[in-house]
Design a protein around this ligand. Structure first.
Ligand SMILES: NC(=O)c1ccc[n+]([C@@H]2O[C@H](COP(=O)([O-])OP(=O)(O)OC[C@H]3O[C@@H](n4cnc5c(N)ncnc54)[C@H](O)[C@@H]3O)[C@@H](O)[C@H]2O)c1
Length: 358
C-alpha cells in the first residue's frame, strides 16, 4: 500500500520535521527540497525515506544542524574543505558554489571535501556545475557501515561509494551519469525490503557469502553484503572512490568495527572543468553533437524503444511524478511519522501538511 503526495506539500512536511530537529529555516528547506527532488527523479532510495535516519543521527549527535564548510586550504584552483558533520544538503551546496566560482576564475577547480554528513544524490552537485556550462566529476566514499564486498571477497568492506560524471551538452539537457558502485544502491534494497519485494540474483550475498534474492541481508542483521557492479571493474571503481573521497580528502576511509550509529558521512573529491578555457569549446560542441546524433541512430535492442543517455530517465520520471505525485509506501511513511514524533512534531500535523491541508 502506498499513498500519493504532491511534491510541493511533501516538501513542506519534510521541511517541518527537519526544522523541528533544530535546523534553521533555510537548512530545513534545502534538506527537504533535495530529498523530494530525489523522489521526483525516481531515486526513492535517496529521497524522504532518509529523514528517519537523519533525525536519529541528529539526536545521537552524529549530524550537526546549522553548519557551513570550513576552509582548510584555499590555493586558487585547489580547495580543501571540511563539512563539520553538517547536513550534506547545505555543505554540498556551499562547497560547490565555491568550486564553481574557482573553476570560472581559474579554468578548473579540484574540490576536496571531507566530513560532510550524507550528500544525498551526488548528481545534484554535478548539476549545479553543468547549469553553469562546466564539466563535473565526483568520487565519493561513505562512512556509515561496511555493506559492499570487494570483488573476490565474501564479506562487506566498504560502502556504496557513488561516482558521478556530468557534462553540459549543446542544444539539449546535460549528460548526468550518477550511480552507486554497488550493483544496486542500498536505499533501493531498503525500499524493496519495505515493499517485501525480492531482488535479482547478482546483487547481494547472505551472511554466509551465498547468493540471495532477499533484500533483508542489506537492511537488518545478520547482514550479508552487496556486490559491486561489473565484477572487478566496479569493485576497482569503489576502491578508487574510497581512496579519493576518503583518504585524499582526509575525511577518512572505512576500516572500523560495526556500530549502530545512524550518521552517514561522505567524503567527496570533485573536479570541475570549464570547457571554454581548454581552447576546445568549438570542437567540444561539434563533436559532442555529432557523437550523440550517431549514438541515437542505434537500432534498439529487444525490450528497448531507443538508446538513452544518462540523465534522460530521471527527466522522464520527473515529468511523470510532478504531474501524478510521488508514491510513498506505508512502511516508509510510518518511519517518517515516528521520526517526527521523536522531535515533538505530531504525526497528525505532518499528515495535514503533506496532504496540502495546511
Ligand atoms: N550519498 C551517498 O552516500 C550515496 C551512496 C550511494 C548512492 N548515492 C546516490 O544514489 C542515487 C542512485 O544510485 P543508483 O546506483 O541506484 O543509480 P541507478 O542504478 O539508478 O543508475 C542511475 C544512472 O544510470 C543512468 N541510467 C539509468 N537507466 C538508464 C538507461 N536506460 N539508459 C541510460 N542511462 C541510464 C541514469 O541516468 C543515472 O545516471 C545516485 O544519485 C547516487 O549519487 C548516494
Amino acid at each position: 500500500m502506498s499513498t500519493l503526495f504532491k511534491h510541493g506539500a511533501l516538501t513542506r512536511a519534510m521541511e517541518a520535521i527537519v526544522a523541528a530537529g533544530g535546523s534553521e529555516a533555510r537548512e530545513a528547506r534545502l534538506v527537504a527540497e533535495n530529498l523530494v527532488t530525489a523522489n521526483l527523479l525516481g531515486h526513492d532510495s535517496h529521497g524522504i525515506g532518509m529523514i528517519p535516519r537523519y533525525i536519529d543521527a541528529v539526536l545521537e549527535g552524529g549530524l550537526a544542524p546549522n553548519q557551513h564548510p570550513r576552509v582548510n586550504v584555499d590555493a586558487g584552483a585547489l580547495l580543501a574543505l571540511d563539512g563539520n558533520r553538517g547536513y550534506g544538503q547545505v555543505i554540498g551546496l556551499e562547497s560547490m558554489q565555491m568550486a564553481i566560482e574557482r573553476a570560472r576564475r581559474f579554468g578548473s577547480c579540484i574540490l576536496s571535501l571531507g566530513n560532510s554528513h550524507h550528500l544525498g544524490r551526488i548528481g545534484q552537485w554535478a548539476e549545479m556545475a553543468v547549469a553553469e556550462g562546466l564539466v563535473s566529476l565526483h568520487f565519493v566514499n561513505v562512512l556509515s557501515h561496511a555493506r559492499v564486498a570487494a570483488y573476490g571477497g565474501r564479506d562487506a568492506r566498504f560502502g556504496t561509494n557513488p561516482c558521478c560524471i556530468a557534462i553540459p551538452l549543446p542544444g539539449e539537457p546535460p549528460f548526468v551519469l550518477d550511480y552507486a558502485t554497488s550493483a544496486v544502491a542500498q536505499g533501493k534494497l531498503r525500499v524493496a525490503h519495505n515493499k517485501a519485494e525480492k531482488v535479482p540474483f547478482g546483487r547481494l550475498i547472505d551472511s554466509e557469502g551465498n547468493p540471495t534474492q532477499d533484500p533483508r541481508y542489506a537492511v537488518v542483521p545478520p547482514f550479508g553484503a552487496m556486490l559491486p557492479f561489473g565484477e572487478h571493474k566496479g569493485s576497482g571503481m569503489a576502491i578508487a572512490c574510497e581512496l579519493l573521497g576518503g583518504a585524499l580528502t582526509g575525511g577518512g576511509t572505512w576500516h572500523h568495527p560495526e556500530s549502530d550509529h545512524q550518521r552517514v558521512l561522505n567524503g567527496m573529491l570533485a573536479v570541475v572543468i570549464d570547457p571554454q578555457r581548454l581552447g576546445t569549446a568549438e570542437a567540444f560542441q561539434r563533436e559532442a553533437r555529432q557523437f550523440l546524433d550517431w549514438l541515437r541512430k542505434s537500432r534498439p535492442a529487444p525490450g528497448f524503444d531507443r538508446v538513452r543517455i544518462a540523465g534522460e530517465p530521471e527527466r522522464e520520471t520527473r515529468a511523470a511524478r510532478e504531474r501524478d505525485g510521488i508514491a510513498v509506501d506505508a512502511t516508509t511513511w510510518k518511519e517518517i511519522e515516528s521520526a517526527a514524533a521523536k522531535v515533538k512534531l505530531s504525526p497528525g500535523r505532518v499528515n495535514e501538511i503533506a496532504r496540502g491541508a495546511a
